[in-house]
Every structure is written in C-alpha cells, then in structure tokens.
Design a binder for this molecule. Structure first.
Ligand code: SF4
Ligand code: SF4
Length: 180
C-alpha cells in the first residue's frame, strides 16, 4: 500500500467528519489520554501521521485499537478536533480494508460483544467471555476473577432475549446501508 499524502486525511474526514489539518501539535490530547503509555503512537503523533498520509503506519498501529474512546482528548483539544472520532475512523478503515489488527484481543472483544447484541438484543457477559476465550485461546486468563464474579452473582448464567428481534433488524439495516 502506498503512503499518499493528503488522501488519507481526506479518507479519515469522509469517515469521521473531522479535519486533522487543524491540529497544531500542542500535545494536550496526549497529556490527558489515560492509555497513551501503552500506545505505539501517541494521539498527537497519530494526528500528525494522518496529516502526512502515513496510512500504513496508522492503520497498523496498536494505538487505534488501544484507544478506549473515552473522549478526554476531544474535550481537551483547543482546536476542537474530535480526536476520538478520528481514532474511530481509522478503525473503520482498517476493518474495511481487512487489515490484521495490531491488538487482536480488542477486535475479538468487538466481535463477541456485537454478536451478543445482534442475536440476543443485549450484552450476555458470560457468553461474551466464553466466545472471547475461544477467539483469543486465552482459556485460563482471569479464570479466578470469573469464578469470583459468578459466586457474587455478577455474571448471569443464562441469557435473556429481550429486544433480540429489534436488534437483528437494526444490524440488517446497517449492513444494507454499508453495502457498496
Ligand atoms: S479517546 Fe482514545 S485517544 Fe482519546 S484520550 Fe481516550 S483513549 Fe486516548
Ligand atoms: S490537542 Fe488538538 S491541536 Fe493539540 S495535538 Fe491534540 S489534536 Fe492536535
């Protein structure tokens, strides 16, 4: 994939409605980001990389998957650039281009939780955990925590199906809208 200056910023603008060219690199977004310490590109660097057309770098970064969409960056930006939306846009483009995510656990979580909402109409935590274990093959990770939560009745054993039909219709409608 070539790294085309401007084109990527335009693509992000189309996807997110945000113009990264207003960013003047003050760094306030990064200073407030609660997960920046775990990113390979800070939010500030990500905005700059988008402006420079470094599509491969951004779409293959850990940053876009680690971003928790908390919007602290968006709130802090003196240029009113919605950094969180830019991150969303980058994730959408990465998924659309079927790129292997740099943090596969995050996409596995998206798949598991969206599957639960689509077929059950709501989050069924125990089902999500089990599907996540299968997708990530991390079968024993957090096992003790899960057992403790079940003992305290924080995880329901069985799912409920309230709103399942409406959720399915919504997902189908979106799938039709997204068809090229
Ligand atoms: S939305 Fe993402 S990039 Fe912005 S502060 Fe939160 S975690 Fe960091
Ligand atoms: S806070 Fe806004 S202007 Fe400052 S670096 Fe972040 S995105 Fe750019």
């Amino acid at each position: 994939m070539t790294q085309t200056a401007m084109a990527f910023a335009d693509e992000i603008a189309l996807c997110s409605g945000e113009n990264v060219n207003v960013c003047y690199q003050c760094g306030k977004c990064t200073c407030g980001c609660p997960v920046a310490f775990n990113m390979d590109l800070t939010p500030t660097q990500t905005m700059h990389a988008v402006r420079l057309g470094m599509k491969d770098t951004v779409l293959n970064s850990r940053t876009i998957w680690i971003c928790a969409s908390c919007e602290t960056c968006t709130t802090r930006c003196p240029q009113e650039l919605d950094v969180a939306k830019v991150m969303d846009g980058a994730r959408i483009i990465a998924r659309r281009e079927k790129l292997k995510p740099a943090v596969p656990e995050v996409t596995a979580f998206y798949r598991a939780s969206l599957g639960s909402i689509k077929y059950l109409g709501r989050m069924y935590e125990l089902g999500i955990v089990m599907l996540l274990k299968v997708l990530t093959r991390a079968f024993t990770q957090d096992l003790k925590l899960g057992i403790d939560m079940m003992k305290k009745r924080k995880l329901a054993l069985l799912p409920t199906f309230r709103g399942a039909g409406a959720a399915r219709r919504l997902f189908n409608k979106i799938a039709k809208m997204e068809k090229p």
